[in-house]
Write a protein that binds this ligand. Sequence first.
Ligand SMILES: [Zn+2]
Length: 433
Amino acid sequence: MKPVKLLVFMIDALCTLDLEQIRDLPNMGEILRRGAAVRHLEPIYPSLTYPCHVAVVTGDTAKGHGIPHNEKVSVENPRAPWYNQRADIRGDTLFDAARRAGKTTCAISWPVTGKADIDFNMPMIVPISYQGDDPYQFLAGNASQNLLDAYYWKYGRFLKGKDRNLDLFTMALAPDIIRDFGQPDLMFVKMCDLDTVRHQNGIDNDFVKAQLKKHDEEFGVLVETVRRCGDFDRTAFVILGDHGQADIRRTVNMNLLLRNHGFIETDAEDRLVDYQAYCHSASMSGWIQLKDPDDGALREKVYRFLLTLKDDPENPIGVVLTKAEAEAKYGLVGPLDFVVEGKEPTAFDATLAGVDLFTPYLKPGRYYSVASHGYLPERDETTTLFAAGAGIKPGVMIERASLIRVGPTLAALTGIELRDAEGTAIREFLDQP
Ligand SMILES: [Zn+2]
């Protein structure tokens, strides 16, 4: 049998609840109806985009792969850079494994792939400051030069101006790469807009349904490109999300709460002066970091304070994990000493601005999130995965599996060896397990 080629279509914030609509869509529905699926795909902790994308390509939790958050959060620098570089990731990735096996790789708009050893690489780079209107400055050196030379002159316009849209850029490049360079052995294409639409409008509504239809059309273009210019019969098509989302019931300004209890000192303009304990937002969880992690008395005092919040029926905090618990139960290691979550879906604001400790549910609007993610894996509304084509067993439905099993499954499917993964392959998916 000829080796399987892989086309991964990642839809940010694809949810289990979307399967119902997808079943009736012409392109993704075809894959879902005839292939194998994991109905509830559990994200890693926290269920944020970058940690989860890296979990897919490493088969590991944050403790193993080293990317616990989208941003390199720090108390000193609230506008910290995002994790952009391959060098930020610890251990092996599917791209490295494919390279060792002599296979060609492609990643478009995949996070944390800057300067990665990928044949056709156009990383997702989130610039912390947008200088002027030339995104080339963020891609040069991070993307592979072959793609910049071939396509930036005609498609760079999709990244510029107020109507810029990364999905348009991604979908301009992907079919052209297959046609112009031949279908890469492993190709990862990542779409962003469903996540944005859910943040803005909530998890289940007509905007979401319209966006799913758009993603279905985009996926249809990729399938047709493989049919016309690639190796259709040898290709496994895999569609998945990185995490689900939940509608936010309440927002807690955790740093105001800490300030009110003497753990944070601010000046007249609400700027941070000093702190004993500070909260970083991981959207729907909060990381409490101690100034001096070796101060046992402080640790005990902060822990008791957080447990008091949990016991208070007026307070929305429902989960308090110590650093050791977060690491042992969820493989989360980061700049944190405790992790907190709400009783009901709660967002954590860490800005120190404003006066409201708790903001109730907000109606959908353009400029803030009404739904989000970042919570414990088992609380996720869950994302999902389905696949069909070469090497995939038809008619398999797995009820629940962790995201860290995806990388090892894709490695087994394409006959490459992913090292260091904590997850194991979902053998039931494979035609020849
Ligand atoms: Zn995401």
